[in-house]
Ligand binder design. Structure first.
Ligand code: GDD
Ligand code: MG
Length: 327
């Protein structure tokens, strides 16, 4: 089987960092969210096709420098085509069936089992479903007693949501669904195509453990906690000379002598936390500097961001060089 991974979209909810870097490259528990998604693929997958758009060249360069275990091909789109348009643009030569993955979701999911279940169901698709309280940001499914999806509504008003089971952004589809996507214009697969596929039988595959969409600051940090708690953040050990609880994921060249770290911190490549500083529940991207005695909590700091000595940064998403007054 092949996998088609959607990596377009502007990541507007993670600005200003996404003015510089696509959200899929933000490291969570030590790895870009894209790579946590790829980790869910069974080893026997033949090829991964990345449907890229916004900042495609950065994704391409990262993937070239950090090759995943599968052969990877990127297919950029000149204009954002939406999820369906991106599938159509990049979907030439897909296997039947194929995996379709959003690149901003964190989950415990056995995609191999989902593919086997898909094949034995005889339907055109199987979508992993997660149970959430607030269904508003998602696509919501109604299910019958056999877990066949009987209705699908993208981002409904709460009163119109048919259940609490939402599209987890991990699915298996028959190659024929690509023929149902119109060409030459942006298409939302979830709004325009999925409802029309239900008559040909689409099944839900309920996820029992954890799931989150890491596309907003709060949920990104929640996703990082889930990954660390599931042991997907490496050994979580503190870097040399640091103290605190951990878990911490320390990327190449990052240092934190006499700093206090944890819980739940990623120190990106060459990040530096200076003596007396404290960092918790945060992501520091490459080259971030946290000055002496500063505090950083619940925040995501973009490449090269500098927190001045003694400053306090809380619940913030920041990017760029030296700010005069950090929040
Ligand atoms: N190639 C390409 N082109 N990819 C795109 C485009 C585009 O124009 N727009 C978005 N994507 C990618 C995003 O990078 C992401 O991986 C995926 O498609 C979904 O887009 P989001 O913008 O993150 O959508 P969402 O989170 O509002 O909703 C989607 O995900 C939910 C689960 O997290 C839908 O699939 C919902 O049904 C689902 O519940
Ligand atoms: Mg999303």
């Amino acid at each position: 089987m092949k996998a088609l991974v959607l990596i377009g979209g502007f990541g507007t909810r993670l600005r200003p960092i996404t003015y510089l870097v696509p959200k899929q490259l933000i490291p969570l528990a030590g790895k870009p969210m894209l790579y946590h998604v790829l980790d869910l693929l069974p080893p026997e997958v033949e090829e991964v096709v990345l449907a890229t758009g916004y900042k495609a060249e950065l994704v391409e360069a990262y993937v070239r420098a950090h090759p995943p275990r599968w052969p990877v091909r990127t297919v950029p789109e000149a204009q954002p085509l939406g999820t369906g348009g991106g599938m159509k643009n990049a979907g030439g030569g897909m296997s039947d069936p194929f995996f379709l993955l959003n690149s901003d979701v964190i989950a415990a999911a056995d995609l191999g089992a989902m593919a086997r279940r898909h094949r034995s169901s005889g339907g055109v698709g199987t979508m992993a479903l997660a149970s959430v309280e607030d269904t508003r940001p998602y696509g919501v499914a109604a299910l019958d007693a056999d877990d066949r999806i009987t209705a699908f509504v993208e981002k409904p008003e709460p009163r119109d949501a048919p259940s609490h089971w939402i599209n987890a952004g991990l699915a298996v589809w028959a190659a024929a669904v690509l023929d149902r996507i119109p060409t030459g214009r942006p298409v939302s697969f979830e709004r325009e195509v999925v409802p029309g596929l239900l008559a040909a039988r689409v099944y839900g595959h309920r996820l029992e453990r954890y799931w989150d969409d890491a596309g907003t600051p709060d949920r990104l940090l929640n996703a990082q906690r889930l990954l660390f708690d599931d042991g997907r953040g490496g050994d979580g050990r503190l870097p040399p000379g640091a103290h605190g609880t951990g878990p911490v994921a320390t990327l190449e060249g990052a240092t934190a002598h006499d700093a206090h770290l944890g819980p739940y911190v990623t120190l990106g490549p060459n990040a530096r936390v200076e003596p007396g500083a404290r960092v918790r529940n945060s992501v520091l991207m490459d080259g971030v500097v946290v000055g002496r005695d500063a505090r950083v909590e619940g925040s995501i700091l973009g490449p090269g961001f500098r927190v001045p000595d003694g400053a306090r940064v809380e619940n913030a998403v920041l990017a760029g060089g030296d700010p005069e007054t950090p929040s």
